[in-house]
Each structure stands twice: as C-alpha cells, then as structure tokens.
Design a protein around this ligand. Structure first.
Ligand code: MG
Length: 323
C-alpha cells in the first residue's frame, strides 16, 4: 500500500479547489456522455459502424433526452447515492438499489447482473448470490458490469488508498464475483484518483501495485499491455472478448495514455465498435477526471437526461472526500 500512496498522495501535487471540482463533475459527466454516445452502436463491429454512419458517430442521439439512463450510468448513480447514504459500499444496500432500478427501468441490464438480481429476488443472501451465479458459469464469467459503474468509489475515497481498494472490491462483488472484475475496477479507480490529482498513472507501477495487493496476474498483464497498445491492438470489436471486464479496463487506461482531448478520444473508442457504450463510459470517467467537465461538449450534455442530478452527486462526493 505504501507504493499506492506514492501514486495517489494528494499532498505531492496540490490541485486547486476549483479545478478539482471541475474534475469531479468531469468524471461523472464523462461517464454519462461516453455511455450515451455509444448506445446506438453497442455490439457492432467497426466496419459495420463505418457503413452505417458516414463519418462515424459524432453525437449523442437526441432521443436520449427523453429516455431512462442506460445501465452504466444508472448503476453508477445508484452506487454514488448508496455511498453518500452509508459512507461505505454496503452490498445489501447496493443489491436493493439495483433491484429497484431494474424494477423501474433496467435499461441495458447485463446477463450476469440479471441472474444475480434474480437470485436476490428469490431470497439468496447478497453474500452468496453473485458467487453462486459465477460458479454455475464455470467460474469463468468476467463481464464489465462492475468496472462500468466504479467511478463514484474513487471520487469518495481518492485520499484513502486502502479504502479506495477495499470499497471498490466491495462495489464489484455484489454482482460480479470473479476477481478479475473487482481488480479491473480497482485499476480504473486508482488511475482515476491519480487523474484527479494530476498524477498520470505509470502503468507498469500500477500493474505491480495491483499484483502486490492481490490482483490476479491476468489483470496486471492486461494493465502493462496498455502502455504501448494502439486502439486497433485492443480489438474492441472481437466477438469473443466483447463485454470482458479487462477489455473495458484496458480501453480506459489506454485513453489516459493519449494526449488528445476527451471528445476525439471517446469518438475513436465508440467508432472502434464492440461494447461501445461501456467502453466509452469507462474511458469517459477517466478522461473527465483528467480534463474536467469543461472538456465534455455541451451539445452532448444537452441530449442527456437529468444532468443537474449527475453534477449534484459529483459535488456531494467531493464534499464527502474532503471531510
Ligand atoms: Mg450499457
């Protein structure tokens, strides 16, 4: 954990309060924008998107303004609200909130999450449901449903590395038992906390820190692989790895290695195909934390429902992280 402190220590790089507030909003709005941007082409191969949309996807669909939030944003909001109420990631409370969201909308809900919430509904304790579903899937189901929603945990505990790790793992395990899910979310949240503090993650150090803390080697190796990777090399639209938690983590970490702004990077991710809405949600949270809300185009935000509620939660998480 000492090395983790080196990555995150906010005293090493004081960030002005105003810039930090903008970065908090940026993380949540970047997640929302990336999620919404990718929805129309979710699951499509790159070549198909290019044929369908001359010049590629560039805008958030206007229809989003009237629609319920998709799962990535909806679950991140539920997680943020749960954290603000309990000041911890309480799996029981999260399960109740996710079930309530599913009852009201459930838009975009993933397969594993559906099975786990079904088990909760049938009375399986929250501590067992995700594990049982994972065991029935031959212990080899590692979808991106935990990494897509994890950002609020980093926003709450950016100054407390031990809690940042333990609470991120808690936030994952309620629906995703596979260790790759919790640890990929942890990798993203450490990078996010680093971005807030204007300390870009050295991916080799990040990989070592994760493995020292208990992450599977597959997660460390996937982190290291992002350093030199091109977007093409991540093969986002390959059928057999679409929706895989390490893929979503990689595209987020890859995004942070780029010097361009949030808008062109998110567009290149969405137009690369695959699980576009989740890939861009993860990258959007990280880039928003780095570049701030100013970097998220207004014309995108105008087509997203309930933006004031999103920014209010970002502000509250900042306030809580300072207390
Ligand atoms: Mg989605």
């Amino acid at each position: 954990m000492t090395r983790l402190l080196d990555i995150l220590d906010p005293t090493l790089s004081p960030t002005a309060a105003e810039a930090l507030a903008d970065r908090y909003r940026g993380a949540m709005l970047g997640l929302a924008a990336g999620n919404a941007l990718g929805i129309p082409v979710e699951g499509f191969p790159r070549a198909f998107i290019a044929r369908l949309h001359a010049g590629g996807i560039r805008e958030v669909a206007a229809a989003e303004r009237e629609r319920d939030w998709d799962d990535d944003l909806a679950q991140a909001i539920a997680l943020a609200e749960s954290i603000l109420e309990h000041d911890a990631c309480d799996p029981e409370d999260l399960a109740i909130r996710f079930r309530e969201w599913r009852r009201q909308s459930g838009r975009g809900i993933g397969y594993m999450t559906t099975l786990v919430l079904d088990a909760h509904d049938a009375g399986v304790p929250v501590s067992d449901a995700a594990r049982q579903v994972w065991e029935r899937a031959d212990r080899n189901a590692a979808g991106n449903g935990a990494v897509m929603r994890c950002a609020p945990v980093a926003l709450r505990w950016r100054r407390d590395p031990e809690r940042l790790v333990s609470e991120t793992l808690q936030s994952a395990i309620v629906t995703h038992h596979d260790p790759r899910c919790g640890w990929s979310a942890t990798a993203v949240n450490i990078a996010l906390a680093g971005a807030l503090a204007d300390r870009p993650a050295d991916l080799r150090v990040l990989a070592d820190v994760l493995e020292d803390a208990g992450a599977p080697k597959s997660v460390g190796d996937a982190v290291r692989a992002c350093e030199e990777a091109s977007l093409d090399a991540l093969h986002l639209d390959h059928d057999n790895s679409m929706g895989y938690t390490l893929k979503a983590m990689q595209v987020g970490l890859w995004a942070l290695t780029r010097q361009e702004g949030l808008e062109p990077i998110l567009l290149s991710i969405v137009n690369a195909g695959g699980d576009t809405d989740t890939n861009a949600a993860v990258a959007g949270a990280l880039l928003g934390a780095r570049d701030g809300a100013e970097a998220v185009p207004d014309r995108w935000l105008q087509n997203i429902a309930s933006v004031p509620r999103i920014t209010e939660l970002a502000d509250k998480l900042l306030e809580r992280s300072n207390s």
